[in-house]
Design a protein around this ligand. Structure first.
Ligand SMILES: C[S@@+](CC[C@H](N)C(=O)[O-])C[C@H]1O[C@@H](n2cnc3c(N)ncnc32)[C@H](O)[C@@H]1O
Length: 170
């Protein structure tokens, strides 16, 4: 039986990108970055599981949420840390906008399949290196999830990769 319903994640409506992050997991993500009186930014705030747990360091932290008519892709500001759980349907666009903001850290909770060699390479070319990675499972979310922390500056990724398409038939 055929169906007109697309299961491709890129064709999903926005509503399907709304997954509430478990509070303790958001906190774990935040704790993977040592605060240094930073201005933190949660681009995809929704219930605020990240934003409301950012370090109480006297700084005015930042947020956006499309459902509140604050679009990350139109955000202008100078955060030191971007830390959130993004919509998985537009990860490339999210990473591109994130590096344009030039924070010290970019850290996201993403699906295991979202972390590709091409994306790590993109981050490297833009001066960010994968400093930490934490694998976890969220109830009812597809597959495993990763918390990734990219740090700006010289460095090395915590994992190695190549972009070769390896094959045994040539
Ligand atoms: C995975 S959820 C984040 C949930 C949040 N961490 C929480 O626990 O409540 C992703 C959120 O990004 C929002 N979003 C999608 N596109 C956006 C955009 N362009 N700008 C800002 N927010 C966006 C969605 O509405 C959704 O609330």
């Amino acid at each position: 039986m055929t169906s007109n319903v697309s299961h491709k994640i890129k064709k999903r409506s926005l509503a399907n990108d709304v997954f509430i992050t478990p509070l303790e997991l958001a906190f774990k993500n935040i704790c993977m970055i040592e605060d240094d009186n930073y201005v933190w930014y949660d681009p995809f705030m929704n219930s605020g599981s990240y934003f409301h747990q950012f370090p109480d360091n006297g700084k005015q932290h930042l947020w956006s949420e499309i459902l509140e008519n604050k679009d990350f892709f139109e955000f202008v500001g100078n955060p030191d840390v971007i830390c959130s759980n993004p919509p998985y349907s537009c990860i490339d666009k999210v990473l591109k906008k994130s590096v344009e903001l030039k924070p010290k850290y970019i850290s996201y909770l993403i699906g295991q399949g979202n972390l590709t060699a091409r994306r790590i390479e993109f981050m490297n070319v833009n001066g960010y290196y994968l400093q930490k990675i934490h694998m976890c499972k969220v109830f009812k979310w597809y597959g495993m999830s990763y918390i990734v922390v990219f740090k700006k500056g010289d460095g090395e990724n915590v994992i190695s990769f190549d972009r070769v398409i390896w094959r045994s038939d040539v």
